[in-house]
Design a protein. Structure first.
Ligand SMILES: Nc1nc2c(ncn2[C@@H]2O[C@H](COP(=O)(O)OP(=O)(O)OP(=O)(O)O)[C@@H](O)[C@H]2O)c(=O)[nH]1
Ligand SMILES: [Mg+2]
Length: 320
């Protein structure tokens, strides 16, 4: 089957070949993997790219250990139920938002470029914790690792200052992301980043421009209005983040024990009884016979089979 690669692929490949910087090369390889159409005809090429990416990562880490000059590179190890990266232009209010969503105390200031390294906090959402990553502001010459942070996240919150020209800022941010093959909308090929648009600093009044922005983009994006300063809209933002992450919480209990929903296992949407069982204990893979299920809708201890697809809040009792 022919690979049918888009012209953009060859443009990025040329940049990859010409670049002398390992971090930059890594960014281009990741772009190539995002651009490549995902079908049988490109499987070998995809595998080659993945091998090149892992070899390059190895070289970078060796270079770092030997004190080489690879340039600084920052990445954030994932923790909790998901990693949410705050993306935005200078002064859009990302750090204030991080402090409001989590127990972090990062620097907030009137002037732009206050944040120059990633900052992390854990946000509590009901009984789980979600990782929030505040980032330095985005600009045309921003270092490649900043875009690496966005790529690595499970989703992004695009923070726009509702007191400035939201439409212009939105176009600027989306343009810079698209240039690096980070797509926030559905396109033919490549991966699409889950995105929430936050119209921030909404305490200063809702303008006509805000209404126009919402009218133009709702339906394509989830849009939330909030003010980290007053707390307005923050609960809604937390809820929308949880929904966008698309994870489910599954609880378990032992036979004969009462129903109690605590310490959930966090799983991806579409997870089955068997997936949850394996998560709890490897032996369940061969020994599990069935499970009993409790939830708020139709189940109060009925038997379900291994392939049954789970929903958020389901409680299981495994039978081996
Ligand atoms: N009115 C209002 N001002 C806010 C709000 N959130 C942040 N600000 C102000 O906006 C300015 C920038 O806030 P930061 O949180 O530092 O913004 P940032 O996006 O992290 O800025 P950089 O890291 O410099 O890019 C500060 O003067 C904040 O007090 C808000 O909800 N309402
Ligand atoms: Mg900041």
């Amino acid at each position: 089957m022919p690979a049918n690669l888009p012209p953009q692929y060859f443009e990025v490949e040329k940049k990859y070949r010409e670049s002398k910087n390992l971090h930059e090369k890594l960014g281009y390889l990741q772009d190539l993997l995002a651009i490549i159409p995902k079908h049988k005809g490109t499987e070998k090429l995809q595998a080659d790219l993945k091998t090149k990416i892992s070899k390059l990562k190895e070289s970078i880490s060796k270079q770092k250990k030997s004190g080489g000059t690879g340039g600084a590179w920052y990445q954030v190890e994932k923790q909790g139920a998901g990693q949410v990266v705050l993306v935005g232009l200078a002064n859009s209010g990302r750090s204030t938002l991080l402090n409001t969503l989590t127990n972090a105390h990062v620097e907030v200031a009137l002037y732009p470029f206050t944040t120059n390294l990633p900052q992390i906090g854990m946000m509590e959402y009901e009984d789980i914790k979600i990782q929030i990553v505040d980032t330095p502001p985005m600009y045309e010459e921003a270092p490649a690792w900043l875009f690496g942070l966005y790529r690595n996240g499970d989703m992004v919150v695009l923070v726009l200052d509702a007191q400035s020209d939201m439409e212009k800022d939105f176009e600027t941010v989306i343009g810079m992301l698209e240039e690096r093959n980070i797509h926030t909308k559905h396109i033919e090929s490549g991966d699409v980043k889950k995105t929430i648009i936050l119209l921030n600093k909404s305490d200063e009044g809702r303008s006509v421009a805000t209404d126009e922005f919402i009218a133009k983009h709702e339906g394509k994006f989830q849009i939330v209005l909030a003010s980290p300063k007053t707390g307005a809209g923050i609960d809604e933002l937390k809820k929308q983040i949880f929904i966008a992450l698309g994870v489910i919480r599954v609880y378990t209990k032992k036979i004969g024990h009462p129903i109690e929903r605590k310490d959930p296992v966090v799983m991806g949407a579409g997870a089955t009884v068997m997936d949850a069982a394996e998560h709890i204990h490897k032996d369940f893979r061969k020994n599990l016979r069935f499970a009993r299920l409790w939830n708020d809708s139709n189940y109060s201890g009925q038997r379900v089979e291994k392939g049954h697809v789970l929903a958020d809040g389901d409680l299981l009792e495994f039978h081996v």
